[in-house]
Design a protein around this ligand. Sequence first.
Ligand code: NAG
Ligand code: NAG
Ligand code: NAG
Ligand code: NAG
Length: 310
Amino acid sequence: MWCQVALLAAVSSLALSGSVQAAGKTKIVVGDDDGWATAQMRTQYNALKSAGYDVIVSAPALNQSGKGSQTTTPTVLDQPCEFDTCPTGSPAVGSDSSDDHINYVNGFPVDAIKYGINTLAPKLWSGSKPDFVLSGPNIGSNLGVVTLFSGTFGAATEAALEGIPSAAISGASGAEVSFTTASNKTLASTQSADIYSQLTLTLFDSLLSSSSIADGILPKGVSLNVNYPKIDDCPSADKFKWALTRLYWNPLSTDVEHCNSTHLPDETSIHFSGDCFASISVFNASTKRDADADAQGVVLKKLNSLLTCP
Ligand SMILES: *[C@@H]1O[C@H](CO)[C@@H](O)[C@H](O)[C@H]1NC(C)=O
Ligand SMILES: *[C@@H]1O[C@H](CO)[C@@H](O)[C@H](O)[C@H]1NC(C)=O
Ligand SMILES: *[C@@H]1O[C@H](CO)[C@@H](O)[C@H](O)[C@H]1NC(C)=O
Ligand SMILES: *[C@@H]1O[C@H](CO)[C@@H](O)[C@H](O)[C@H]1NC(C)=O
């Protein structure tokens, strides 16, 4: 009997070993468009690392907000990196002197994420690609048509097009401040950075615990657009709820059936509802528009226990 129990346990742990969490550390490349040295970016990096993920930052050397999916060949810096984190004349790509997992790319957000996926990940992870790309948290919301101009959204889109599951994450509160301010817990920018990074951990726990890398964390060619509302009325991570939404308001669309409806609410109205809703929209990386109901359904199944009906 004992033997059988032990055998069963061994078999079931074998079966589990294909799942993302049991397979060891999940490998995440983090990018953004506000730059590699913002408090929000580094707070997210530290939180993911503390939670046991293997993380590489590959983000622009400078503030590259509003650059959408533009690309260029990264160049030598003709000015210092943001917040003086590297001098004029620094190479087109470079690392933090005390942590080679924190990297800048002097190009657009898409260039930085491509470098992270195709160069840094295989170099630092013995040939591996990332399991997931997180773009953000962006400082400020990315809702509806604004997503078309967002470098945060552009970088998540690029990852999905390259076959890496991804999410673009944005937070309404916060300021473009250096990571050196993040130790001052009385600053509003630190509080929002801390809350938003905890929310992202909650999202990842939910998404990754119901996924396996073999089966794909997200359907091919789709990504998630996630927006966190201002923290003013939601002063801690446990005050937030999660809603499945769509990028664009469209009463004629047929979405996945959820909350007794086949019309998901649009993320802009949920974002401004005043109810502390974090919104998650499933988008098509080829079109930057809402994904079809089947793809929404796959994500709904994974995140069901996290979601609340608005
Ligand atoms: C970054 O760029 C955006 C868009 O141009 C601007 O709104 C923002 O204030 C900039 N932030 C900093 C710190 O320069
Ligand atoms: C933290 O920020 C507050 C508000 O700006 C400021 O008054 C205080 O001096 C800062 N503390 C430290 C240790 O820098
Ligand atoms: C959906 O409709 C059923 C039957 O009318 C009801 O019992 C249930 O509470 C509804 N669920 C939601 C999420 O509104
Ligand atoms: C994404 O858009 C392309 C082009 O319109 C379409 O062929 C594909 O089915 C869409 N995929 C999803 C998941 O919505």
